[in-house]
Write a protein that binds this ligand. Structure first.
Ligand code: PEP
Ligand code: MN
Length: 341
């Protein structure tokens, strides 16, 4: 169950609520100033709590990820990033290089993202590379370069954080913290990202099930941070024709189970530039709230993920097509149907 306390709750009232839960043999988990999660449903306890003046509501929830579930929060979550809304009707387009390479480079790319209809600038500064000998990113210097690009274009920025003790540093620069596929189940990192209260984009792990992914989101939400965006970036299957298999099933499934916005990353999802645009279209058609893609003025020269990086012309075409598909679907009842499956 989830206990919602009133906004004016005093420390003494909150303690009384927590003690009441403990006395009933259950464990309370405070999740933000006015929310307490108690695993399981306890009829007698629910009744007792509901009669307390500091308690607004007790929501009975069966889901293993109560805060991420639609049972707790039936309406879609929308997240405002410097005035840009993620999770609404208009698809969010995030684009940029896999790795931030130079200040001139990231500014040129940011200007292209803006000119061609993108909304946020992506770029890796701390890079999770499969080989320790590959370019590892420029670290804090890379974040400074992104901040300059934001200043010049007004585009909000998103960048990955890999370590719990770097969350505060990365959060100083970015508008959205990215948690990468390899870290979907790095629980100390999820907790720190939750505590930072920055919006977080949580990528699905290479072998993460939808349930595991949503439980990872729960780690962030349980710290009182409601601003989580999910990102389907392909899972590992037996298929070798593409780098990963972008699991489009996950888009409607997640939208049914959770109120959190979900975007797709066809760059990592397919791993080959030629297939990025069609799969961006497919993601939007499946109901994703946006796409995140890797772009570069000269993809062959990109310092990381060159094979899956598209150039500006291809990106411009992708934006046009994504918007066409979204417009064609606007006004359809798809989301209402989903909520009542
Ligand atoms: C990236 O966005 O560049 C990245 C490393 O993504 P993922 O964590 O999905 O592999
Ligand atoms: Mn990449």
């Amino acid at each position: 169950m989830v206990i919602i306390l009133n906004q004016q709750v005093t420390d003494a009232q909150k303690k009384h609520v927590l003690d009441t839960v403990l006395e009933a043999g259950a464990t309370p988990y405070p999740a933000g100033p006015t929310t307490v999660v108690v695993p399981g449903n306890h009829a007698a306890l629910t009744e007792k709590l509901a009669s307390m003046p500091s308690v607004v509501q007790v929501v009975p929830i069966k889901s293993p990820y109560p805060l991420a579930s639609r049972e707790f929060h039936p309406e879609d979550t929308v997240i405002d990033i410097r005035g840009h809304i993620i999770g609404g009707q208009t698809p969010t387009i995030m684009a940029g290089p896999c790795s931030v390479e130079s200040v001139e480079g990231i500014v040129e790319i940011a200007q292209a993202v803006k000119r061609l209809g993108g909304h946020l600038l992506r770029g890796g500064a701390f890079k999770p590379r499969s080989s320790p000998y590959s370019f590892q990113g420029h670290g804090e210097e890379g974040l400074k370069m992104m901040a300059i690009a934001r200043e010049k274009t007004g585009l909000p920025i998103i960048s990955e954080v890999m370590e719990p003790d770097k969350v505060a540093l990365v959060a100083e620069y970015v508008d959205i913290l990215q948690i990468g596929a390899r870290n979907m189940q790095n629980y100390p990192l999820l907790r720190e990202a939750g505590k930072s209260m920055k919006p977080v984009m949580l990528k699905r792990g290479l072998s993460g099930t939808v349930e595991e992914w949503l439980m990872s989101a729960e780690y962030i939400l349980a710290q009182g941070n409601p601003n989580v965006i999910l990102c389907e970036r392909g899972i590992r299957t037996y298929e070798k024709a593409t780098r990963n298999t972008m699991d489009l099933n996950a888009v409607p499934v997640v939208k049914h189970l959770s109120h959190l916005p979900i975007v797709v990353d066809p760059s990592h999802g397919v791993g080959k530039a030629a297939f990025v645009r069609p799969m961006a279209r497919a993601g939007i058609a499946a109901g994703a709230h946006g796409v995140i893609v890797e772009i570069h003025p000269n993809p062959a020269k990109a310092l990381s993920d060159a094979d899956q990086t598209i150039d500006f012309a291809e990106f411009g075409q992708m934006v046009r097509e994504v918007n066409l598909i979204s417009d064609a679907l606007s006004g359809s009842e798809k989301d209402h149907v989903l909520m009542h499956v």
